[in-house]
Design a protein around this ligand. Structure first.
Ligand code: ATP
Ligand code: MG
Length: 421
């Protein structure tokens, strides 16, 4: 058998990239803490029906991207393609509205979509998301978007701009859908095959198409913002005024739509602007979904949320500050000292230091080379003569200096050397 390989579109994160991912996750938790959001974790696998009902039957995700299977108990299950459906299910299942009027949650974890892999587009990827339940007003949207932009800036993304649109409520969408179909129908032959199909099933999705022929037709299509009723309009105006006041850079983008059915009113997206992301330029998508909690069996509950693609963020954001690394490399000079070297390493670890040893042994030179390679600043040389006298040699690998230190004074000596730089 040939050597097993990772599934197409699914990737290992080796330690340097894991460090970046973990650092971004830690920053996200820290920003969320300042905005009073708490973290929730939901299962990676959910009933297939959950996604069909929430995301919508005629969306790309449900039509062709889900990893769905029937398990041995004949249950229809799916690896989650996004986070909101599971979070809303949890919100309803635990009747969270009975405990608090407004709920602020973040989540993070792997998502699965069977898409064609490309730079920034994978079959397993990760999202950092937030959801705010129970507040219908535009200031909730503004506060959430402000948190998002603050996080992206602290993650190191320069030049963040939020693209905004409103899909209106159900009434505006119905009227708009009608006008859009009226406009698109006579132009059907000019559309891509996908869009011709969507025209019947989900015409708003034509606006989201990336095919150049569709983009041309869409450029002159009627705009949803002309169909908003007074309340939709007031919500959008309130949000824009709040973002202005909070100094969050934003721009109205009337052709913005998104690939999930559950959104109404506010819709937003953040795109990478330096070209690092190529065609996959959306780093974050979000919006309001005031009807979803009720659809899932809860009481009418307004909600707004977003999801950031972690891998795309890693392409945009600079690497994090380097980790502190190994403090000390313990070297056993000869085979007879190996066990005692291990004991010394353990004592130092108990003191909170990061310690590496090479207990395979080998020559002094090769062990010191290895100490250098792991980036240790200090080496401890444990020899038989020294052990007999209760001392070790402490060597500064950069300066090349070496001195004898008593075992009981070791910790203080190491800390002193460390703080000397
Ligand atoms: P796109 O238009 O690029 O396909 P989307 O509208 O499908 O994005 P959402 O469902 O809104 O994306 O997900 C939110 C974010 O998750 C996206 O902005 C993106 O950063 C990330 N994302 C979505 N799909 C993938 C994927 N297959 N691989 C990596 N990241 C993804
Ligand atoms: Mg997509």
């Amino acid at each position: 058998m040939s050597a097993p390989r990772a599934v197409k579109g699914m990737h290992d994160l080796l330690p340097d990239r894991t460090a970046h991912a973990a650092w971004l996750e830690a920053r996200f938790r820290e920003v969320a803490r300042r905005w009073s959001f708490d973290e929730i974790r939901t299962p990676v696998v959910e009933p297939t029906e959950l996604f069909v009902r929430s995301i919508g039957e005629s969306t790309d995700i449900v039509e062709k991207e889900m990893y769905s299977f029937v398990d041995k108990g004949q249950d229809a299950l799916t690896l989650r393609p996004e986070g909101t459906a599971g979070v809303v299910r949890a919100y309803v299942e635990h009747a969270v509205w009975t405990q608090e009027p407004v709920t602020r949650w973040i989540y993070m974890g792997p998502m699965f979509r069977r898409e064609r892999p490309a730079r920034g587009r994978y079959r397993q990827f990760h999202q950092l998301g937030a959801e705010l339940f129970g507040d219908p007003g535009p200031y909730a949207d503004a506060e959430l978007i402000d948190m998002l932009v603050t996080f992206l800036r602290e993650a190191g993304v320069a030049d963040v701009e939020v693209l905004l649109n409103s899909l209106g409520g159900p009434e505006a969408r119905r009227a708009y859908r009608h006008a859009l179909v009226e406009y698109l129908e006579p132009r059907r032959p000019a559309l891509s095959a996908d869009s011709q199909r969507r025209l019947a099933s989900n015409p708003l999705r034509v606006l989201d198409s990336k095919a150049p022929e569709d983009r041309e037709v869409v450029a002159h299509a009627p705009r949803i913002t002309d169909f908003l009723n007074a309340e939709d309009r007031a919500h959008l105006d309130g949000l824009r005024a709040a973002l202005d006041r909070l100094q969050v850079p934003h721009r109205l983008e009337p052709t913005l739509v998104r690939g999930l059915d559950y959104y109404d009113r506010t819709l937003f997206e953040v795109r990478g602007r330096g070209g690092e992301l190529g065609a996959q330029d959306a780093v974050c998508g979000g919006g309001r979904y005031d009807g979803l909690v009720e659809t899932m069996g809860g009481p009418p509950t307004p909600a707004v949320g977003f999801a950031i693609g972690l891998e795309r963020l890693m392409l945009l954001a600079p690497p994090p500050p380097p980790p502190p690394g190994t403090d000390v490399f313990v070297v056993a000079v000869g085979a007879a000292e190996r066990l005692e070297a291990a004991v010394i390493a353990r004592e130092l670890r108990a003191e909170g230091l990061s310690v590496e040893t090479d207990l395979r042994g080998g020559s002094l030179r090769s062990q010191l080379r290895r100490a250098d390679r792991v980036g240790a600043r200090l080496a401890l040389l444990v020899g038989s003569d020294e052990l007999a006298r209760g001392v070790v040699q402490l060597r500064d690998l950069r300066a090349g200096r070496q001195r004898e230190v008593g075992r009981d004074a070791l910790r203080a000596a190491i800390r002193a050397e460390r703080s000397a730089t």
